[in-house]
Each structure stands twice: as C-alpha cells, then as structure tokens.
Design a protein around this ligand. Structure first.
Ligand code: SF4
Length: 318
C-alpha cells in the first residue's frame, strides 16, 4: 500500500509522550508544514495517557533550570499549546496497566521481551481517536492520516530492525511506512512517518546492525542538546524534569527498564512502587525472572540519585 505524504494528508497526528523524541518530532513536523504551506489546523497532538503510570509534576528542587516541572501529560499539552495545535488526551479508564499484565499467563510480570499489553493499550486508544477525527472530517472518500512518531533507530536493536523494515526514506530523511493495523477498508488510510529515524547517524541502519553504547549515548546527547537549544531560543518546554534522573520519560515502571533504572524510579515514586509490590505479592508473580519489586524497593533505599554510575541502560524496545 502506498504511503500518504504530508501535503496530501487530511490529518497529521503526532503521537506524544511529552518526552524529548516526541517534542523534536513535533518541531520537525511543524517546520515542515510551514515550509510546505500546510495549515497547522491539520496537525493534532495525541497523548495516550496511562494514568498512574505517568510522571507527576516535580516537587521541591527536583527540576533543574532549563527543564519543565510539569507532569508528562501536562507537558505534552503545553508543547501542543505552544504551537497552537489541537491536543487530545486519550485514556482507557476501564483497565489499568497492572491489570493488563495480570492477564498474562506467565509467572513473571515482565516475562518476555516486550509489553504487548501496554502497547495495545496505547495503540487501541489512539485508533479510537482516529475514528472520532475521521467522523468530524465527514469526507466523501477515505481520510488520509499521517501518524508522526518520534522513533529513533539508535534507541534499541528492536527499533533499529523496525525502522529498517520501513518502506522508504524521503528527501528529508524521514522514514515512512503504511500502518495496516490502523487503516480500514473504507474510511481511512494511515501512514507512519518518523522524522528522527536516523537521528545522529550517517545513514539508515540495516536490520540486525548493532551500534555501540558510545554511539548510542552520542545520539541521545544530540537529541537533548537540540531540545535544550530549541527551549533556549523559543521558550518551548522541551525537556521534562525527569531527565535529571532517568534517560527517558517512559512509564514509571517501564518493562524495558533495568533494575538500576527501576530503583531510580522507585526512589522518586515510593508510594506507587509500594503498591505495585503489594500487587506483585497478591498475584504470586514476580516482576521479572531475576528480581522482584521488593528487591527494587530495597535497592532504592540505599540509592543516591545523584550518583550517575548506577545501571542506567535501557532494554530492547520494539
Ligand atoms: S514506556 Fe515502556 S511500559 Fe510504557 S508503554 Fe512504553 S514500552 Fe510500554
């Protein structure tokens, strides 16, 4: 199926967590729309709100200068407001993420290598928003949606492989593919566009190609530096306070966090982790095959958040 370009799109939907990759993808989208003369009324920022798993606002002196003290959902909304584009927050109130994990049959909560439950949790909510937006358009033909995502190939080998399988790169280096899951037979065609696919790299990575830890860190630092420069120049809140302590603005207990990162999050969110450890015991499962959330809470007790030598590696995100 042919992908739809930005100029042909009825709607340009930017998926945003409020994190640095999302806001940079939003900035690139706005710049490109302006250059092509596309009205910003076609741009919608969509935040899939995971409720208690979202980062809270900073308290006390947690927020460093140049960073935003807002909660993750409020930050995503503020970034959309900065550009005057529509913002939609979607949330499934019926089930919490731990409940979804609890439906899994394996004995550990994380178990295997990815969080199908929460990805579907986000994806399904966003697709409901597409249905609503297409109804609003009330077109005589199938709507053309471009879904912009801040995926970067350097983030993990899962992301490298995923982006390597995309249909093509355009003349601006954006990676494009057709989204068969979100498209329907008659009402909408959805294309995925990733402006940051090869961010910090000389060329697109091939499937199975590995990048060094040093190169990964260099790419991450480049994203942060660009975000900081944009904030400095325009006042757009680009970097959450959370980046002082963790490399990504993920869920509080992302299934791809190392034990060290989970301990950092537990130190910052003690009540949330205490409740999760109670659930873990109740379900008679463990967080992973190697350790429990009670182990993580014990790690957090002796952790110094300003000690950057602790384990801050992220797992293999798809
Ligand atoms: S941040 Fe982690 S746990 Fe949350 S939806 Fe993304 S991959 Fe899943």
């Amino acid at each position: 199926m042919r992908t739809v370009g930005l100029a042909e799109a009825d709607l340009i939907c930017v998926s945003s967590s409020g994190g640095k990759d999302s806001v940079l993808a939003l900035c690139r989208t706005i710049d490109r729309c302006r250059a092509l003369g596309i009205p910003l009324s076609r741009v919608v920022v969509i935040h899939a709100d995971l409720g208690p798993l979202e980062w809270r606002a900073a308290t006390g002196d947690e927020c460093l200068p140049g960073h935003s003290p807002l909660s993750a959902p409020d930050l995503a909304a503020a970034q959309a407001a900065h550009f005057g584009v529509r913002f939609i927050s979607c949330r499934n109130m019926l089930r919490t993420l731990p409940e979804l994990w609890n439906t899994k049959s394996q004995s550990s909560l994380v178990g295997h290598s990815h969080c199908e439950g929460s990805m579907a949790f986000k994806r399904d909510q966003i697709e409901k928003v597409y249905t609503m937006l297409v109804k609003e358009l009330n077109l005589y033909r199938a709507a053309r949606i471009v879904e912009v995502m801040g995926l970067c190939a350097h983030e993990s080998s899962g992301r490298t492989d995923r982006l390597a399988a995309y249909d093509h790169r355009d003349d601006q280096g954006w990676a494009w593919t057709h989204n068969a899951h979100a498209s329907t037979k008659n009402t909408r065609t959805v294309s995925i566009a990733c402006p940051l696919a090869d961010q910090g790299l000389d060329r697109p990575l091939r499937k199975g190609e590995k990048i060094s830890k040093e190169k990964r860190a260099e790419c991450e630092a480049g994203v942060r530096a660009e975000c900081a420069a944009i904030h400095e120049a325009t006042g757009l809140p680009t970097l959450s306070w959370v980046y002082r302590y963790l490399p990504r603005l993920s869920c509080l207990c992302c299934v791809f966090m190392s034990r060290g990162l989970l301990a950092r999050s537990a130190k910052l969110n003690p009540a949330f982790f205490r409740q999760l450890a109670i659930d873990e015991a109740k379900w008679e499962k463990t967080w992973s095959l190697e350790f429990t959330l009670s182990d993580v809470i014990a790690d957090a007790e002796t952790l110094d958040l300003d000690d950057s030598s602790t384990d801050t590696e992220w797992g293999n995100q798809s």
